[in-house]
Design a protein around this ligand. Structure first.
Ligand code: SAM
Length: 224
């Protein structure tokens, strides 16, 4: 574990390839000033999400877990002019900060925020016929990850890409930890994905400014 080295390499990559511009820098500054936890994705991770949305040619994106809208801005910037992004946030204070950050970034029309527990707002999206989404980013309360993946699947089409953040849990994910709901939720999510013929997936461990972590990427496929 060499956090200083991970930081130095992330700084090198980010400086060359994924530098925050004014809107992203201001989004983080306003989030910190408002007392939001500093748990947004790193710039080079935001850029990965951006590239995946672009590669996907996505026009309709769903995010679960907005915080201050930092990842939302990276995602929204990969959309075409007529693209749409729905982002779900539980905490009204986070939503307020995100609203300001998204407006400053020019996305007050593209991005629609739904405030409330995602397990309440997801069924409403389904009722409205908001799907299918082309890309789904899951980054909220980890205990509900199996439910979020099930909902992402329900609101998807063959070809949809689903990304789940923070799946390593400091390494705990490899074994059962009944005392840790985030680990339990993450492992239940892995069981669901592994058993689901409509999902083709992999997961990676990562290091960087956010420490040791990882993500799952799943593609919705026609079952064989
Ligand atoms: N995606 C953001 C980024 O990278 O900039 C970070 C999201 S942060 C890790 C997780 C967010 O999920 C928090 O803002 C939290 O309030 C929200 N959250 C927690 N439980 C939730 C729930 N049940 N429904 C919706 N959002 C929830």
């Amino acid at each position: 574990n060499d956090q200083a080295q991970w930081n130095a390499v992330d700084a090198y990559f980010t400086d060359l390839l994924a530098r925050d511009d004014e809107a992203l820098t201001a989004a983080l500054a306003d989030s910190t000033a408002a007392g939001l936890p500093e748990i947004a994705v790193a710039p080079n991770q935001g850029k990965l999400l951006h590239l995946l949305v672009a590669a996907q040619g996505a026009r309709n994106v769903l995010e679960i877990g907005t915080l201050g809208g930092y990842s939302t801005i990276w995602l929204a910037r990969a959309l075409p002019a007529d693209g749409r992004l729905v982002t779900l946030e539980y905490d009204p204070k986070h939503a307020d900060v995100a609203r300001g950050n998204l407006a400053r970034a020019g996305f007050d029309k593209t991005v629609e925020m739904r405030v409330g527990p995602a397990l309440d707002t997801l069924p409403l999206l389904e009722q409205e016929g908001a799907g299918p989404f082309d890309f789904v980013f899951i980054d909220a309360d980890k205990v509900n990850n199996p439910h979020y993946v099930a909902w992402a699947l329900k609101l998807s089409r063959p070809g949809t890409l689903i990304v789940v953040d923070n799946v390593v849990r400091g390494g705990k994910v490899a074994t059962a930890h009944p005392d840790d709901p985030a680990v339990t939720g993450t492992r239940e999510m892995f069981d669901l994905v592994a058993a689901e013929p409509r999902l083709d997936a992999t997961a990676l461990q990562t290091v960087g400014t956010k420490g040791y972590d990882g993500l799952l990427i799943a593609r919705v496929v026609d079952p064989a």
